[in-house]
Design a protein around this ligand. Structure first.
Ligand code: ATP
Length: 573
């Protein structure tokens, strides 16, 4: 497919916000795409070159793109920068200068150039990026130029998620949604959506029933529901349940496998994925070294890593553990904030897919795989059918300074990618007011008044996800420490955009001083959820306060409106 034809699809996608239409356009595009191109097309429509866990970073900021545009079309940098200030959209600015001729580049040609450009590192790489990208831009028609400038700068947001791509793959095959659940099941087990698209295109969806976990490729994590009381938990999860402590650190999906080295020796490879399925291996060489001691050929574990005080051995609050998520100063951090990995599940072992096995059986396999190692422990657990025992355990965990408990269904398979009642979380706050904290997207900020002028931000607008949209649920002006205000100010400055992002739905009375693009997720605790006539979510948070900046969550993983409604109903039980 020629890139210019691909760009016409991107334009159609850009013009609509209807999920049905988006699905149809994508299905149509995928149908016309060849087997060789389909994986690349799937990555490119999402503004990427590979699944996010591979972490290909273009390292092209808007400023650099302005230089590229100037070079490509023989313009002065100041002129291009002025245009950008006026229009606020790099794609439109670049398109305005483009010659309008289609040089005939194919999707694969463009993909290849972008791929090479992203790989450029070291001395002179910036200049090479400018030259290569400028050459590419000057050889394309104006519509292609619009979209290509947006991809490396992270601005190709066409308002749909991976889930819509899964729908579209089903439509591509059958013209309806009937294959969606089969495709999604495969995606849950191996999150490379390009690979799945390619398999479907080449062989049809029947191959997906054989999709197995693969060490090195993340599995979508299982997530927990909420319930208001121990009695309700026994009613819904099972008359006997497993209770585990809930550590408040970060999720670590740990993959161990053997790789052949150049001289044909086998080397143990460890990869760690975050809750978001980003590859975080380089941040945690201490965990890597510790898990290498587990005697296993290959395995995938699910767990939570938490920092502890090196002297007292006491586990530290989330804010401290969060400091281990860093790119620099790692050796120092390891010394000051050592981590302990609590493994709570095993999903794969030595070629065997363990996902379908009942939890109790997976646990037995886990216990026969992991023995005492410094820095790694299997999470403790108790089996009970007694509500009082559940309550007592929760109190015990809380008294230890932990976040709460996870109550798990004994015979449930590992439900990859699903939030369900096979796992129920019970936190400090459960049972008092709102049963869980709410992960909201920061949609815009207001400048500070009075004392808060010094902090920059004085209030901020947050929302939850509803399909492809973000709907407001609170304008928060209190409940932050001085330090949190400053941090919010710093972060929001990087995210400010001149126009309201297309996926936002906001009442005109709540329009903030500055919009922020969908990126920053905050964890909010509220006393109550109430019906709201002005918030577009229809529900508002009473007495909201900021608990954490949730760096490990992306906007797709904010609390959904459906979940918020669930929490609202739960208040009445
Ligand atoms: P939150 O972490 O704020 O509760 P979440 O959406 O990130 O929300 P949930 O499914 O709601 O995730 O809660 C489960 C999380 O709790 C897991 O992602 C994991 O990081 C953490 N956790 C801590 N201890 C356990 C445990 N014993 N079993 C499973 N998950 C645990």
């Amino acid at each position: 497919m020629k890139f210019s034809e691909f760009a016409t699809y991107l334009e159609k996608l850009e013009k609509t916000s209807s999920r049905n239409e988006i699905t149809q356009i994508l299905a149509d595009l995928f149908k016309k795409t060849s087997q060789k191109e389909i994986d690349k097309v799937v990555y490119l429509v999402s503004g990427q070159l590979a699944p996010s866990y591979i972490g290909i970073d273009f390292n092209i900021a808007e400023k650099l793109m302005l230089r590229i545009i100037a070079k490509a079309f023989g313009q002065k940098l100041e002129t291009v920068a002025d245009q950008f200030k006026k229009m606020g959209d790099l794609g439109i600015v670049a398109e305005g200068y483009a010659y309008g001729k289609d040089g005939g580049a194919s999707v694969l040609d463009v993909y290849q150039t972008l791929f090479e450009m992203a790989g450029q590192e070291g001395g002179g790489s910036q200049e090479r990026k400018i030259t290569q990208t400028a050459e590419l831009l000057s050889s394309l028609d104006s519509l292609s130029v619009r979209f290509i400038t947006r991809i490396p700068t992270g601005n190709l947001r066409l308002g749909f998620s991976d889930m819509t791509i899964l729908d579209a793959l089903s439509y591509m095959e059958t013209g309806d949604k009937s294959l969606r659940s089969r495709i999604e099941a495969a995606f849950n087990v191996t999150v490379d959506i390009g690979k799945i698209a390619k398999a479907v295109k080449q062989k049809g969806t029947f191959v997906l029933k054989d999709v197995l976990p693969e060490p090195g490729t993340p599995i979508r994590p299982s997530l927990a529901e909420r319930l208001p009381s121990a009695e309700k938990i026994l009613e819904k999860v099972g008359s006997k349940v497993i209770v585990e402590p809930k550590y408040d650190g970060f999720r670590a999906q740990v993959h161990i496998y053997k790789l052949k080295t150049q001289n044909s020796k086998l080397k143990t490879e460890v990869v760690i994925f975050s809750r978001n399925l980003e590859n975080t291996t380089n941040m945690f060489p201490d965990i890597v070294e510790a898990v290498k001691k587990i005697k296993v050929g290959s395995a995938i574990f699910d767990g939570e890593a938490i920092a502890y005080d090196a002297k007292s051995g006491k586990f530290l609050p989330f804010q401290e553990t969060a400091q281990r998520k860093r790119k620099y100063g790692i050796p120092e951090a390891i010394k000051n904030l050592p981590l302990k990995l609590f493994i709570f599940d095993i999903l794969y072992k030595d070629g065997k897919n363990l996902l379908p096995l009942p939890f109790s059986e997976r646990r037995k396999i886990l216990e026969s795989t992991v023995f005492k190692i410094d820095g790694v422990e299997i999470i403790r657990q108790e089996v009970t059918g007694d509500a009082k025992v559940i309550r007592d355990l929760i109190q015990k965990y809380l008294a230890e300074g932990l976040e709460g408990a996870l109550i798990k269904k004994i015979d449930a398979p590992y439900k990859a990618g699903a939030r369900g009642y096979h796992w129920v979380k019970y936190k400090k706050t459960t049972g008092a007011g709102v049963a869980d904290t709410i992960d909201c997207l920061v949609m815009g900020v207001n400048r500070g008044k009075g004392k808060r002028v010094g902090f920059g931000v004085g209030a901020f607008l947050v929302g939850v996800k509803d399909g492809n949209k973000f709907k407001t649920t609170s304008k928060i002006g209190t409940g932050l420490t001085d330090e949190q205000w400053r941090e919010l100010d710093k972060r929001s400055k990087y995210l400010e955009v001149s126009n309201m992002p297309g996926e936002y739905e906001v009442d005109k009375n709540l329009v903030p001083d500055a919009w922020t693009k969908p990126s920053l997720v905050v964890e909010i605790l509220a006393d109550e959820i109430t019906v709201s006539p002005i918030h577009t979510a229809g529900l508002a948070l009473r007495f909201p306060r900021l608990i954490n900046f949730r760096n490990e969550k992306n906007p797709d993983q904010t609390t959904t409106l459906r979940e918020l409604e669930g929490l609202f109903k739960m208040q009445k039980i």
